[in-house]
Design a protein around this ligand. Structure first.
Ligand code: F0G
Length: 458
């Protein structure tokens, strides 16, 4: 269908509103200092535009809230479980679906069963919780992204693709140590960049040759499928649901956080075809999450996810979703702010290392930029760089491949004028970037330090 007008509007109108609390720059300076310069330690009501994450922060639809009223809280065999299972299997037809309270619970169960010392698990790029759950078992988490994916300004339609040559080499040397190969769609830690069907197919072929199972971390499956529809030859006329089913047909299993593309505030699952593996995972599930027909979830959560899955693959929604992220990226790019290009699906990633060349990576340019955005405009983003990934299990510290600040866009939550405000604030902060100082860490935990570390200006 050709469209007569070029403006892509939100394919919804607002049904219920939440107030934003206005704060001054002075107030915010005090709040962030009291928070040890860690944006995770702020009270959310002190944040004006919260772009910390797109996880569980989206607006649910009228139909999701209505579905919640159908939530059946039976301990075993609830009708809500069967509605959830049907909605999941319609898009992800794996034999076994194991519900969990969120994505990392699925990761923890899977890796505690199949990983362990001496094992290595490759991915295009592991998300931080995925890496931490692998490392917690004593195994190694390895990122095998195509080289273009590590270069912020190199244009490539599928910058999330796995480096299949590197994967082949790893498996030729150590297939016996690799219990599973993972691919994350879209590649969150690498800029929210998509993975092509051709790449997934190539990974499948290599896994077949070496008899290694292949799993998807499919949190942003619908956004990834929309990019395939837009960019990959042969997919322009296919429905997103069909593209998802094709992608999934190459995998042996998946992990999912329902807090992303499934449009829910909580939830996740682990799914697979292997009966024996499923049994071991279910036994773990019962220990820590709950009975297999609810996992860590209430019946009403299962209902919200089931309805969210139907809405996640609607084309009008995805067209608006991907375009609104691109709108922010285009404006920042035009203003000369260095960003990861092309725009990701769920977020825009500012290249703090390029914007703050005077701040060395071990003084955390991403953290410095994220703090400045909060102080100046009340915008909360998240550092994805040396704070998040620079500390290794052996205690050493090294610069991460990139120092980025992610501005993640919650689904269906902010309007275009909110985003216009973000553009104005980021542009103003970028214009004064030379004045921003580095930070040092004064206190940090041994793992996942970005959540709780405390910082001080250098
Ligand atoms: N995998 C990916 C690619 C993710 O982005 C996340 C979460 C997870 C797994 C874990 O899922 O949060 O439900 O336990 N990402 C969020 C973010 C937190 O902000 O990017 P979870």
């Amino acid at each position: 269908m050709t469209q007569r007008f070029k403006t892509i509007i939100e394919p919804f109108r607002i049904h219920s509103v939440e107030p934003l609390r206005m704060t001054t720059e002075d107030e915010r300076g005090g709040k962030i200092r009291d928070a040890g310069y860690n944006l995770f330690a702020l009270r959310a009501e002190d944040v004006l535009i919260d772009l910390l994450t797109d996880s569980g922060t989206g607006a649910m639809s009228r139909d999701q809230w209505a579905a919640i009223q159908h939530g059946d809280e039976s301990y075993a065999g609830s009708p809500s479980w069967f509605r959830f299972l049907e909605a999941v299997q319609e898009l992800f037809p794996f034999r076994h679906v194991i519900p969990t309270h969120q994505g990392r619970a699925a990761e923890r169960i899977l890796f505690s069963v199949i990983a362990g010392p001496g094992k290595v698990i490759p991915n295009n790029t592991h998300f931080d919780t995925t890496r931490a759950n692998i490392e917690a078992t004593g195994a190694e988490a390895m990122d095998l992204l195509i080289p273009e994916g590590r270069e912020p300004r190199t244009m490539h339609p599928f910058k999330g693709n796995m480096d299949v040559g590197a994967l082949e080499q790893l498996l030729a040397e150590r297939a016996g140590d690799v219990p599973v190969v993972f691919v994350t769609v879209t590649n969150n830690s690498g800029g929210g960049q998509p993975v092509s069907i051709a790449n997934v197919r190539a990974v499948r072929a290599i896994c077949d040759r070496f008899h290694v199972p292949f799993f998807l971390d499919a949190c942003r499956f619908a956004e990834n499928a929309w990019f395939i529809r837009m960019r990959e030859p042969g997919y322009a006329d296919k429905s997103v649901a069909d593209i998802v089913r094709e992608m999934v047909s190459y995998a042996d299993g998946m992990t999912m956080s329902a807090k992303k593309d499934p449009l829910a505030n909580i939830g996740g699952w682990l799914a697979m075809n292997d009966d024996a593996l499923a049994e071991r995972c279910r036994n773990m599930l019962i220990l820590t999450e709950g009975f297999p027909t609810y996992g860590g979830l209430a019946g009403r959560d299962l209902e919200a996810i089931a309805q969210g899955l139907h809405e996640a693959v609607e084309h009008d929604y995805l067209r608006y979703r991907i375009r609104s992220t691109e709108y922010l990226a285009d404006a920042l790019d035009r203003a000369g702010v260095p960003i990861v290009k092309p725009a990701g699906g769920h977020a825009v990633y500012l290249d703090a290392r390029a914007l703050l060349p005077h701040v060395p990576p071990l003084q955390y340019p991403g953290q410095s930029l994220a703090i400045a955005l909060y102080e100046a405009g009340g915008i909360r983003g998240v550092e994805i760089g040396t704070v998040m990934f620079g500390r290794y299990p052996d205690g050493s510290e090294m610069p991460a491949p990139m120092d980025l600040v992610r501005l993640a866009i919650p689904r269906r939550t902010y309007t275009q004028s909110h985003i216009d405000y973000v553009i104005e604030v980021v542009t103003a902060v970028a214009a004064n970037a030379r004045e921003l100082r580095g930070y040092r860490i004064v206190d940090e935990p041994p793992q996942l330090r970005h959540f709780t570390a405390r910082f001080a200006p250098c």
